[in-house]
Design a protein around this ligand. Structure first.
Ligand code: CP
Length: 307
């Protein structure tokens, strides 16, 4: 079992919990390649995907993870629910919980929504992305992918670049990778750099080339245009020129460096198609590993009895 009942973020998750989740995901991964993708581990458990923001990867992989473990999974989309009639988050979650749900997976535009919910329901709450705060399962699947390719997370140089300020993925990855012994360098326009970046444990550098040079792992971020006020950088074209990654910039990293992106990618903005589809890209492996990691999270949160 994990030391916590909920998975709200990696900032307060113990290193031993991260290790346990990554080890469990490794053992679950082979189920995804079976002809019959079904084990009875979570038979009788019910899980709801409570998504207030769009998602392809996270929602689908949580649904599949639950199904592969034989749980009953329900998808809730706020735009087609009584939220449209004014129902609050707390009332919606309580209503769903009264139907016998064991885990609530929430994505919401407000930072802190998952934590708020965990104080109002008895089911386990899993944060699937809350505002600009955290996206813990994305960071776990990123770490899983890196560990699979590099054999370790300790002693690696990890470069994260782009819209750090609005990225919950960046925050969770900074907390996760530094906890596991990697050194994290971040680069992005100064207007998209959080003022407390060093307190988070990352090393800010001014240009993307400096972050990427000699890196073992390069993580690109999507520009979160939906969370930005106007005027944080002059134009998309200029952003792409200075903070986009192409083949020449990626060549500054170690020759065996790997390239990650949480998706969805803005092709031609943060990454050129050449590097997205190139031999160093592990973007598709990240998606597959996301199912295994989410199986591990569900198993450890609702798979056993808790005192
Ligand atoms: N990485 C990620 O969270 O993707 P989705 O928005 O498609 O879930």
């Amino acid at each position: 079992m994990l030391s916590q009942k909920h998975l709200l973020g990696l900032e307060n998750l113990q290193k031993s919990d991260i290790e346990l989740l990554l080890e469990t995901a490794e053992s679950f991964k082979e189920i995804i390649d079976r002809d019959v993708k079904k084990v009875p581990t979570l038979r009788g458990k019910a899980i709801v995907n409570l998504f207030y923001e769009p998602s392809t990867r996270t929602r689908t992989s949580f649904e599949l993870a639950g199904k592969y473990l034989s749980a009953d999974t329900i998808n809730f989309t706020s735009s087609a629910s009584s939220v449209r009639k004014g129902e609050t988050l707390k009332d919606t979650a309580k209503t769903i919980e009264m139907m016998g749900v064991d885990a609530v997976i929430i994505r919401h535009s407000s930072s802190g929504a998952a934590s708020y919910l965990s104080r109002h329901v008895t089911a386990s709450v899993i944060n699937a992305g809350d505002g600009t705060h955290e996206h813990p399962t994305q960071a776990l699947l990123d770490m899983f992918t890196v560990k699979e390719k590099k054999g370790t997370l300790s002693g690696l140089k990890v470069a994260i670049f782009g819209d750090i300020l609005h990225s919950r993925v960046a925050r969770s990855n900074i907390f996760g990778f530094t906890k596991m012994g990697s050194e994290v360098f971040v680069a992005g326009p100064s207007t998209l750099m959080p003022p407390d970046i060093e307190q988070m444990g990352a090393k800010p550098v001014e240009i993307i080339e400096e972050a990427v040079r000699d890196a073992d792992v390069v993580i690109a971020l999507r520009i979160q245009l939906e969370r930005q006020q106007k005027g944080l950088f002059p134009t998309i074209r200029e952003y792409s020129k200075f903070f986009g990654l192409n083949k020449d910039k990626l060549a500054l990293a170690k020759s065996d460096a790997i390239l990650l992106h949480p998706g969805p990618v803005n092709r031609g903005i943060e990454l050129t198609s050449e590097v997205i589809d190139g031999s160093q890209s592990v973007i598709n492996q990240q998606v597959k590993n996301g199912v295994a990691v989410r199986m591990a999270v569900l198993y450890h949160l609702i798979g056993g009895s808790r005192e």
